[in-house]
Design a protein around this ligand. Structure first.
Ligand code: SAH
Ligand code: F3S
Length: 472
């Protein structure tokens, strides 16, 4: 059977999609090639969020095509995912060596299409159509990819986004919000736990909107189980006895016996109603960690971005989260140089970063995306200024992060051991509940264990545990 190599660009959703495609191909008898040089099929799963990510994937495909066409003309080349969706046929017009272009609602057809191409029945295939029900097709896992037990797994709960932030291409590449039903998701999670998974990350482009549109979950009124945990609401007009579908899903996943930890990404700040804050307070498996993309600290820019919250509202959510879980680790995404962003707007972003004290922040220089409203806005910020702001914000964020990580030195923390460290496979690695990577000198038998480790040193966004005090 042919062998396949998949290279993934972009976010965790893309990682998950690639895993599902690989698992489907393996189930059909394909093998996974260790590198592109040894593969019969090479697929690039692409990202469109910034122009740079697209250029990287296109450049990579050009290199692969030049090499493969000279030496191994039968190798099948394909683009999948966001750039495949947004550029479609154009990719083959530009790179005639490409055989397959597979959109974001079509991953589950990869095996059939490759079979047809490999058998010579079809020359080129471009499929970027909308497909109802595709939100429930990312379900296969490759739990034994490295012949070892997987401790953590990603589960896709929804596809698409209807927020239409003015800078963002995702609503166009991923389509309308569509959610899987709760029983379907819970069944997948149960299966993973029965195979040894201890931590599940629920995935979607905007998970806090889970079940609000499309799919089989609908908002339902449920009695609040622990009204004493109620925190007064200023954020959400929803009555305290009503749980959003997302919180209902968290409740349902939380019931799974043997599951130790639940994470999710990415939420939207506007989805942090009191029901979700209460969920942090009452669900012990929901770890104290939140990735809350803020994008800007200026109300004027937030409005131009169509984010749907103000700086004050965002700060209010952070305060409530920290009241519910004082140890919570909070990370964010920030864009610098959005069109019209003035020096003063940028100062407000800097001051927000200082005020919140994020554990880490992913900073992006604004990138014009085709067909998005922001691309047409006046006062596009010159690259030099975007770079300067990126640099200044990065310095601030790194300084704050360093201080935060240093506070862990001398503390005992619980980690879930995931496997050997990528940088140094002689060591093991795990993550704290607040999502900090900890490297320690353990062994394979620690994999899958919840261990208490004493932190001895903090590096750049990594903690180191002392092997002498690992409790065995
Ligand atoms: N909710 C999605 C967002 C996807 S984009 C998720 O987290 O998966 C991820 C991040 O990329 C956004 O939070 C934003 O900070 C950044 N981003 C999106 N569009 C961008 C653009 N046009 N230029 C620069 N950064 C962008
Ligand atoms: Fe993009 Fe905004 Fe949705 S950043 S993914 S349009 S919440």
């Amino acid at each position: 059977m042919p062998s396949v190599f998949i290279k993934t660009y972009g976010c965790q959703m893309n990682e998950r999609d690639s895993e599902a495609v690989a698992a489907q191909l393996v189930a059909k008898g394909y093998t996974l090639a260790p590198s592109e040089a040894a593969a019969d099929v090479i697929l690039l799963n692409t990202c469109s969020v910034r122009d740079f990510a697209e250029q990287k994937a296109i450049g990579k495909m050009q290199n692969i095509a030049a090499d493969v066409r000279k030496n191994r003309p039968d190798v099948v080349l394909g683009f999948m995912g966001c750039m495949a969706q947004s550029r479609g046929q154009e990719l083959i017009d530009r790179l005639p060596d490409v055989d397959l272009v597979l959109g974001t609602q079509k991953f589950h057809h990869a095996a059939d299409y490759l079979d047809e191409i490999l058998a010579g029945h079809r020359d080129k295939i471009v499929d970027v159509a909308v497909e109802p029900g595709s939100e429930a097709t990312i379900r296969e896992h490759l739990l034994n990819g490295n012949a070892q037990k997987s401790v953590t797994a990603f589960v896709s709960i929804m596809q698409g986004c209807n927020q239409y932030c003015t800078f963002c291409i995702v609503p166009y590449t991923r389509g309308e919000e569509r959610s899987r039903g709760i029983p379907d998701i819970v069944a997948e999670c149960r299966q993973l736990v029965s195979q040894g998974v201890k931590e599940i990350t629920l995935l979607g482009q905007i998970v806090t909107s889970y079940g609000k549109r499309g799919g089989s979950s609908r908002e339902a009124k449920v009695e609040s189980r622990e009204p004493e945990n109620f925190l007064p609401s200023t954020l959400d007009s929803r009555p305290s006895t009503t749980k959003s579908p997302f919180v209902q899903l968290l409740d349902a996943v939380h019931e799974i016996e043997g599951l130790e930890r639940i994470r999710f990404t990415s939420p939207h700040p506007k989805g942090y109603g009191d029901d979700l804050i209460q969920a942090y307070a009452r669900l012990p498996k929901l770890v104290e960690s939140a990735h809350l993309p803020v994008q800007s600290g200026s109300d004027r820019v937030l409005k131009l971005m169509h984010r749907g919250y103000t700086r004050e509202r965002f700060l209010g959510i952070i305060k409530k989260l920290r009241r519910a879980r004082p140890d919570i680790g909070i990370t964010t995404d920030i864009i610098v140089g959005f069109p019209g962003e003035t020096g003063d707007d940028f100062e407000q972003t800097l001051s927000l970063a200082r005020e919140v004290q994020f554990d880490n922040a992913y900073i992006f220089k604004y990138s014009q995306r085709r067909d998005t409203p922001a691309a047409e806005m006046p006062d596009q910020v010159p690259l030099k200024i975007r770079e300067e702001r990126n640099h200044r914000l990065l310095e601030t964020v790194n300084e704050i992060g360093k201080r935060k990580y240093d506070t862990f030195i001398g503390r005992q923390v619980q980690i879930l051991v995931e496997g050997p460290s990528k940088k140094n496979p002689a060591r093991m690695t795990g993550r704290t509940r607040c999502n900090k990577i900890v490297v320690f000198e353990g062994s394979e038998r620690h994999r899958g264990q919840l261990l208490d480790v004493k932190i001895t040193r903090a590096g750049s966004f990594t903690l180191y545990g002392d092997p002498a005090v690992v409790s065995l």
